[in-house]
Design a protein around this ligand. Structure first.
Ligand code: HSE
Length: 440
């Protein structure tokens, strides 16, 4: 067996500590599988005195990760610091520049600088592996980069944020408010340091930007993602979805269309019968539609120290074996420019929840506005008032929930119809609109 591969780990939080522990526990079998022993020789973190569950005394300690990347005697620099700039970016660049391989879990860094860093890695004959950056423990990067290399991919989509999936699952299962579910997710350690990144969809968007590039061979375009988080979803929507045969999931979707590639992150109605609808709690799932293989769905833990460490170590094992797959599946210079399909041209079915004044003709006004925009309705339901006021006593000024499901139409038609409905004064508040995803 050749000389042991020397690894430096920058960032000793939950994931960093789990990587060190995994290598210590399963290092023997990893060496047999990859043909080379792997040993952590250097670490970087701010506080040396903190108990991390392993002995740091024999390791080279660096408080500055850039210094470790620049001068430590290592073959692989593992970046687990986070953030799309600052020490994370500086240390990754420093390592690559001197030909040290990099393994990172940093989706924000890849989403922003991925193509540039891929070029830097190629120029210096270094690997840049990032399985843990997308969907934690799920091997989706390897699947797209290697296993599906022979397929023409038409769509990749998934539940890419465990915090949001946990919140939506609990809102449905326990009827608990969004705020209470978020507080629980934070307590359980699923959420990002700033949870707005989870609930507003930015975390999903970072991961989707990487998946899009891998699936379609395009440059990463993280700024060209249509983004809507889950903060406007109410228990009324979740209950209505249930009654109509759907569940609500925050999906990241990248899809080829006639005018370009759609990249969108938004709450989505998915049929209860679909595989993605059955993914509960903190789990992630990614589905890929390939022209020869058909649809494959990968499910697993998208966050957490051990699951993320599993992917980090798989990346290390690839390097130990001498595998050097191009960072984004092909040389960076061969990646095509990303052509954005405009969201206004998006086609699909829609769920609309309106808060309608209970006046004669209100229903007709709504149906007429939809018809005028060329939208055909699959169903329209006026729900009973939640407080069950007997109809005879109903106050015309008390708004009632009306739920519409449309047949396939365009985003621009929906927006036009909703603008008209709002201008007619028949609704008490801004309509809720949730896209329905066509799934098997
Ligand atoms: N905060 C993320 C999630 C985990 O909830 O899925 C890491 O991306």
């Amino acid at each position: 067996m050749s000389e042991a591969l020397k690894v430096g780990v920058a960032g000793l939080g939950t994931v960093g500590a789990a990587v060190v522990q995994l290598l210590s526990k399963n290092g023997g079998q990893l060496a047999r599988k990859s043909g080379r022993a792997v040993t952590v020789t250097a670490v970087s973190a701010r506080d040396k005195s903190r108990d991390r569950g392993f002995d740091v005394s024999g390791l080279d300690w660096y408080t500055d990760p850039v210094e470790m990347a620049t001068s430590a005697d290592i073959d692989i620099f593992v970046e687990l610091i986070g953030g799309d700039s600052g020490p994370a970016e500086d240390s990754v660049r420093a390592a690559l520049k001197r030909g040290v391989h990099v393994v990172t879990a940093n989706k924000a860094l890849l989403a922003r600088h991925g193509v540039d860093l891929a070029g830097l890695a190629e120029d210096n004959d270094a690997c840049l592996n990032y399985e843990a950056a997308v969907a934690g423990g799920i091997p989706i990067v390897k699947t797209l980069r290697e296993s599906m290399a022979g397929n023409d991919i038409s769509r990749v989509y998934g539940i890419l944020n465990g915090t949001c999936n946990y919140i939506l699952t609990r809102m449905e299962a326990d009827g608990i408010s969004f705020e209470d579910c978020l507080a629980d997710a934070q307590r359980l350690g699923y959420a990002e340091a700033d949870p707005t990144f989870d609930i507003e969809g930015n975390d999903t968007a970072h991961k989707l930007a990487i998946l899009t590039s891998l699936a379609f061979g395009t440059k990463i375009a993280d700024e060209d993602i249509y983004l809507e988080g889950i903060t406007s979803i109410t228990t009324a929507d979740i209950q209505a979805a249930d009654e109509l045969g759907f569940r609500i999931k925050l999906l990241g979707v990248a899809q080829r269309t006639d005018t370009g590639i759609e990249q969108r992150v938004h709450p989505t109605m998915v049929p209860k019968t679909s595989a993605i609808a059955r993914i509960d709690g903190v789990l992630n799932a990614v589905a890929v539609d390939g022209d020869f293989v058909g649809e494959i769905v990968l499910v697993g833990p998208g966050a957490g120290g051990n699951a993320t460490a599993s992917s980090v170590v798989a990346d290390i094992a690839d390097i130990a074996r001498g595998d050097a797959t191009p960072v984004l599946g092909m040389p960076a210079s061969d990646l095509k420019d990303y052509v954005r399909a405009r969201m206004r041209l998006h086609e699909g079915g829609y769920y609309i929840r309106l808060s309608v004044y209970d006046r004669p003709g209100a229903f007709a006004e709504i149906a007429q506005s939809m018809g005028a925009a060329g939208i055909s309705l699959e169903s329209i339901v006026q729900k009973r008032h939640p407080e069950e006021i007997p109809p005879a006593k109903r106050d015309a000024e008390t708004p009632q929930p009306v739920i519409l499901i449309t047949y396939e139409t365009t985003e621009v038609a929906i927006k036009e119809a909703l603008d008209v409905i709002m201008s007619k004064g028949v609704v008490a508040e801004k309509p809720q609109m949730i896209r329905i995803e066509k799934l098997n």
